[in-house]
Design a protein around this ligand. Structure first.
Ligand code: PLP
Length: 385
């Protein structure tokens, strides 16, 4: 089987399993306990936090461990917007892009539905890029928060985060980015990016599902969503997932050490794969930006097919991928991301996303491209009158 669905999830790396194992077995202490087992767990948690902070170029106290990317996004959007509104009642708008993951989009809609916020949605161009001037036009004195994702999970388009965050900063508005897909592939220096908050998920980069991080800058207040014992500096109560934190820190450190060489290698094999598909599959349409895209994502529409049928054929041929976001798998509705790009609903339903782990080889992708040619041909033949 050739696994081309790494944007959905990745296997846990052996080094990560080995690093986390002690905290699931012998060193099982609760970091809040004062005996030696608890202290060992607290030390491991502190080291994991420092490890993540080193890569993000922030202070350890600015790192909050969460249960994953979804929780990190929820905490950022709701937590920052509500804390800012509590300090200044006139703040009642949030800005998000039109192609955010549901974890951001639905958090913003919650603020609208329950707390009376207005959600300003930044459009994207045909390649999925947000415009810096577009943000300048929409930001207002009432804006509590701007959130634009670093890299999109369906089409891989990478946004100009430093330029966008600079506009937010000019207006004194905090800027959050969902870096769940970017982590492990693109630089995560929060100072260079100019962001006030950034979300990461462990399972996209070789740590287990259920581990995540939210960076929040300095004294930026975050209203907690989970109340209790006041762990994570009160930002996220609950006994900490020590093994998950160790795993995430280890996975991020390993991925970071391999950059930028791995990103360059995978980008090159991805480009070859894209070219091969565009040449061999008639009518294939690349979605997202040709150059400003994640090394790990190649996404297409194959007009005249149904994306789900192509996926089934591909699986028969030994290639596992998806039609887009894992959250929407099996849904008949066209992807809102593709629709935001201006792609017709009918074409959007023919989408297939290929996403790679860092171990992908050119031989695997050549084989996969041949399988795509065969699968699309078979589906079109079946559909022909
Ligand atoms: N944000 C993006 C861009 C994602 O791709 C995902 C996962 O698919 C998430 C957030 C949610 O992360 P998690 O699965 O850790 O909740």
């Amino acid at each position: 089987m050739i696994f081309l669905d790494a944007a959905a999830t990745t296997p846990v790396r052996r080094e990560v399993l080995e690093a986390m194992w002690p905290y699931l077995s012998g060193e099982f202490g609760n970091p809040s306990s004062h005996h030696s087992l608890g202290e060992a767990a607290a030390t491991a948690l502190a080291e994991a936090r420092s490890g993540v902070a080193g890569i993000l170029n922030c202070r350890a106290g600015e790192v909050t461990f969460t249960s994953g990317g979804t929780e990190a996004d929820n905490l950022a959007i709701k937590g920052i917007a509500l804390a800012r509104q509590a300090a200044d009642r006139t703040l009642n708008r949030v800005v998000i892009s039109a192609i955010e993951h549901p974890a951001v989009e639905e958090s913003a809609r919650y603020l609208e539905r329950v707390h009376g916020f207005t959600v300003d949605v930044l459009p994207v161009d045909g390649e999925g890029m947000v415009s810096v001037d577009g943000l300048r036009a929409v930001i207002r004195p009432e804006t509590a928060l701007v959130s634009v994702m670093y890299a999109n999970n369906e089409i891989g388009t990478v946004q100009p985060i430093a330029a966008l965050s600079a506009v937010a900063r000019e207006h004194g508005v905090p800027f959050h980015t969902d870096a769940v897909q970017a982590a492990g592939w693109l630089p995560l220096d929060v100072k260079a990016l100019g962001v006030d908050a950034l979300s990461i998920s462990g399972h996209k980069l070789g740590a287990p599902k259920g581990s995540g991080v939210l960076f929040t800058k300095g004294r930026l207040r975050v209203e907690p969503l989970v109340h209790g014992g006041g762990q994570e500096r009160g930002r996220r109560s609950g006994t900490e997932n020590v093994a998950g934190a160790v795993a995430l820190s280890t996975a991020l450190t390993l991925a970071n050490a391999a950059q930028p060489d791995e990103a360059a290698r995978v980008s090159a094999v991805r480009d070859h794969f894209i070219d091969q598909i565009l040449v061999t599959v008639p009518g294939a349409l690349l979605t997202g930006h040709r150059v400003q895209r994640l090394p790990s994502v190649a996404s297409f529409c194959f007009p005249g097919t149904s994306g789900e049928s192509v996926l089934l054929e591909l699986e028969r041929l030994g290639v596992v991928c998806s039609s887009g976001s894992a959250c929407a798998a099996g849904s008949d509705a066209p992807s809102p991301v593709l629709v935001a790009l201006g792609i017709a609903a009918e074409t959007a339903q023919t989408a297939v996303r290929f996403s790679f782990t860092s171990t992908i080889t050119s031989a695997e992708l050549e084989q996969a491209a041949e399988a795509v040619e065969t699968a699309v041909g078979r589906v079109r033949n079946l559909a022909a009158p």
